[in-house]
Write a protein that binds this ligand. Structure first.
Ligand code: ATP
Ligand code: FE
Length: 371
């Protein structure tokens, strides 16, 4: 079994070829980070254009690196949601074109399910049911994975995701945004005193597993204003005193942002064990899961509760094609795939795209337990 995975849901164009046994034959990611830094955010039309420019090349490179041609593939997996419709469309069109020409089955993949399932690629021990905390720029999810395709949503964000808070904090602190904000904050935070600024932890009074990062973002912005930090002066040119203040803010922000994750995970473990007492693992994935401080703190939570933590390597935490290919493999094995599209499919037909696509059912008991 050899599957090509294609991912274009947001700002990275990615493709990878993975074997049924989990062997990664190739992995290619083309990032729009430069564009993002220049324009300060993702504009759908611009992101679509950027995907269109590189998609053919990214897929070709994935095949070349794997030393394969389309003829050697068993199926094609592609992200169909959630994400920006215009962007998803680029990947789906490409996937269907190849699938149509080479008579290959096609698997439509849920981006967040892929973030979770990729943890199973290296960890054969990781069986259902397991818990997953999925933390990225657009999502903040706590789920219980009972089986393939069967998920219970224990918590989600009521406003922003943690990655968005990292990215904004980095921007306001004048950090180098040619790569994403998260790693820049992680690095600067190592120089700072995490207890120097007292940010309050979100949602203390809500006894559920939901998240909120909008309030913390505001607290950070106000702290930056009151310290008179000038974000137009890049950190590389800041005085040593200015740099220390920025590092203190980064460290204090990170401590509270992650404390919020810890508290929610602690409660989610209680909930999950009531539903599935045999749960043994917490998977942490999504871009923010590549953060070493996040991993270390959550490892403590998990150990206190006699569970085990599984974090994919950083290159599989941020958006990538491997997770899409792997989720395709898991579904293909269960007979969940679509037949090859017609070879002459017109390009203007309406594809099955799911820009908004919840992952599983909300945990109904959660509301009463929260009281
Ligand atoms: P989605 O929300 O749809 O899953 P995404 O576009 O946010 O996708 P990801 O690659 O999964 O894409 O996550 C990117 C986010 O992860 C960004 O907000 C980035 O700042 C954050 N991130 C990446 N590395 C780190 C890190 N070391 N520490 C903190 N945050 C990080
Ligand atoms: Fe993602």
């Amino acid at each position: 079994l050899v599957v090509l995975g294609i991912e274009t849901s947001c700002d990275d164009t990615a493709a990878a070829v993975v074997r049924g046994n989990g062997e990664i034959l190739s992995q290619v990611v083309s990032s729009q980070a430069d564009l993002l830094a220049q324009y300060g955010g993702v504009a759908p039309k611009m992101a679509e254009e950027a995907h269109l420019q590189v998609i053919d090349q990214v897929v070709q490179e994935a095949l070349d690196k794997a030393k394969l041609t389309e003829r050697n593939l068993s199926a094609i997996a592609v992200t169909i949601g959630p994400g920006l419709g215009l962007c998803l469309r680029v990947g789906v069109r490409k996937a269907r074109k190849i699938a149509g020409s080479f008579n290959l089955p096609i698997i439509g993949v849920h981006h967040m399910e892929a973030h979770a399932l990729v943890a199973r690629l290296n960890e054969r021990e990781l069986q259902f049911p397991f818990m997953a905390l999925l933390i990225s720029g657009g999502h903040n999810l706590l789920i219980l994975a009972r089986d393939l395709g069967q998920y219970i949503q224990l918590g989600t964000t009521i406003d922003d995701a943690i990655g968005e808070a990292y990215d904004k904090t980095a921007k306001w602190l004048g950090l180098d945004l040619r790569r994403s904000g998260g790693p820049a904050i992680e690095e600067l935070a190592r120089e700072g005193n995490a207890k120097s600024i007292k940010f309050s932890t979100p949602m203390k009074q809500h006894k559920d597993c939901n998240f909120s990062y909008a309030g913390l973002k505001t607290q950070v912005r106000l702290a930056i204003e009151s310290e008179n930090i000038n974000a137009t002066i890049p950190i590389s040119s800041a005085s040593s005193e200015d740099r220390r203040t920025r590092a203190d803010i980064a460290a204090s922000f990170q401590r509270v942002a992650v404390l919020h994750l810890e508290e929610r995970c602690e409660r989610a473990i209680e909930w999950a064990l009531k539903i599935e007492p045999s749960v043994k693992y917490l998977v942490v994935s999504g871009g923010v899961a590549s953060n070493q401080y996040v991993r270390a703190q959550l490892d403590q939570v998990v150990q206190r509760n006699s569970l085990r933590l599984v974090c994919p390597p950083p290159s599989l935490c941020t958006d990538n094609g491997v997770m899409v290919a792997w989720t395709g493999i898991e579904n293909f094995r269960m007979g969940r795939f679509d037949p090859p599209p017609p070879a002459d499919e017109p390009e203007d037909i309406v594809y099955d795209l799911r820009p908004r696509w919840p992952l599983g059912e909300e945990y109904a008991e959660g509301r009463s337990e929260a009281r």
